[in-house]
Design a protein around this ligand. Structure first.
Ligand code: 5AD
Length: 438
């Protein structure tokens, strides 16, 4: 999947063609991380923030927010609740709050790790290297830090530095990895000023950073922020729309490009489309949900964007709803910590040889038969012949009159009808063997 192809999908608006992308992402999810949906209990431990990001309702400059910081005992109760609900991971999230003292948190981390079997994820913003190292040594397993956008000019415009310290989240992400954390990042979709090329580069960066976790949510305007008060910076044709559909495209492409990452159906998706958002994300590449365990009196103050506080239900009530949603999709709740690196690797007795097959997704080839059903048929033929097919879509080869086109390894075949796949495959393998032998 290259940049051109990513851009094609981001710009695609044809529901039939998009169905191919959804199917591709869902199949990739099933093959690489299975049917389990992992539940991570989220605790928003403080809404103090030293930054004034132009998108976030918790920005320091928003004086309308009442600030809170949870006590250790309250956080430990949330950890106990996560255990009772059968979750494998606890996520501690906050604004960038220097009032969360490094030694104090290290003590709390040690206590949680000593008294529970939870994996521990931190999402506490840009902290010093010594803090990050201390917390990892204390037992923290994972760290989440979204880079928000790969466009450095846009990032700098919406994410002011703190004093003289220049914000370099990519450098922090690389350092987190070196320190031994499983590392998560992600972006908002539809930030004012975000164009399609930028979003394509964001997706390529997921691959370059080899992320273990990828969080993607739509940008939601907060009226008490600079982005909520300014006119649109781009013409609407160039601006990425902050919609569920665009978020799902990004999520699906993230799954295809980083097949074994853990990807949540984020809260922002559930807030933007309360009816269907989560299900859509789960069937288009997501495999994680982060139920909110923050006590309701704090949760309603954690207003990163509007609508978030409207979803204040008791933890056990939302837990039941989430389990029903997962079961209705024919999926099951994951057991254990559900980390990327801890994932049990299936050891096949003999690794099947991969076979690269590229299917032309140009509209002409699509209408001549290169559709989702044909791809399934191709996959089946290749697997029956003992191969591990790596099927990808590619764009028009400008030879539409001879379509549908299919490329096996490096050979382009024209006029391929689905009924001919078994014969074509036999022919290809025989020709390849001849070339190899002789
Ligand atoms: N809309 C959507 N997501 C937001 N975030 C912050 N503000 C908003 C907003 N207005 C996301 C950012 C941040 C994460 C914790 O929440 O991506 O990293």
């Amino acid at each position: 999947m290259d940049r051109k192809e990513i851009l094609h999908w981001l710009r695609c608006n044809d529901p039939q063609e998009l169905q191919l992308l959804w199917d591709w992402a869902d199949r990739t999810r099933r093959e690489h991380v299975g049917e389990a949906v992992h539940l991570r209990g989220l605790v928003e431990i403080s809404n103090f923030c030293a930054r004034s990001c132009h998108y976030c309702g918790l920005r320091a400059a928003n004086h309308q927010v009442s600030r809170y910081r949870m006590e250790a005992e309250e956080i430990l109760q949330c950890a106990a609740q996560a255990m009772q609900l059968g979750y494998g991971t606890l996520v501690l999230q906050s604004g960038e709050d220097e009032g969360i003292e490094a030694e104090w948190l290290a003590g709390l981390i040690r206590q949680i790790k000593a008294t529970t079997s939870l994996a521990l994820t931190l999402s506490l913003g840009e902290r010093s290297e010594s803090d990050l190292q201390l917390w990892h040594e204390a037992g923290a397993d994972r760290y989440l830090l979204r880079f928000e956008t790969s466009d450095t000019a846009l990032y700098r415009a919406i994410h002011p530095d703190r004093g003289t310290k220049v914000s370099d989240r990519l450098a922090i992400l690389r350092r987190l990895r070196q320190l031994g954390y499983e590392t998560g990042s992600g972006v908002m979709v539809g930030i004012p000023g975000q164009g399609y090329e930028t979003l394509a580069d964001d997706i390529l960066l997921f691959r370059e950073l080899d992320l273990d976790m990828i969080g993607i949510g739509p940008f939601i305007v907060h009226p008490e922020t600079p982005l909520g008060q300014m006119p649109p910076p781009l013409p609407s044709s160039a601006q990425v729309e902050p919609s569920i559909e665009m978020t799902c495209k990004t999520l699906a492409l993230a799954r295809i490009i980083r097949p074994d990452a853990n990807i949540p159906a984020t809260t922002a998706v559930a807030v933007m489309d309360a009816g269907q958002g989560r299900e859509r994300a789960l069937t288009r590449g997501a495999n994680v949900i982060m139920p909110n365990l923050t006590p309701p009196r704090f949760r309603e103050l954690y207003t990163i964007y509007p609508g978030k506080a409207d979803r204040v239900e008791a933890a056990d009530q939302s837990d039941r709803q989430i389990r029903d949603q997962i079961a209705a999709l024919g999926r099951h709740v994951g057991t254990g910590q559900g980390g990327r690196r801890g994932r049990a690797q299936k050891k096949p007795t003999k690794t099947p040889t991969t076979l690269r097959i590229a299917v032309c997704m140009g509209s002409s080839c699509y209408s001549r038969g290169n559709n989702g059903k044909a791809i399934e048929n191709l996959r089946h033929c290749a697997e029956s012949a003992g191969f591990a097919p790596e099927i990808s879509g590619h764009l028009c080869e400008d030879q539409c009159t001879q379509g549908p086109h299919i490329t096996i390894e490096d050979t382009l075949y024209s006029n391929v009808q689905p009924s001919c796949f078994p014969e074509l495959l036999k022919h290809h393998l025989a020709t390849a063997k001849e070339a190899h032998d002789g």
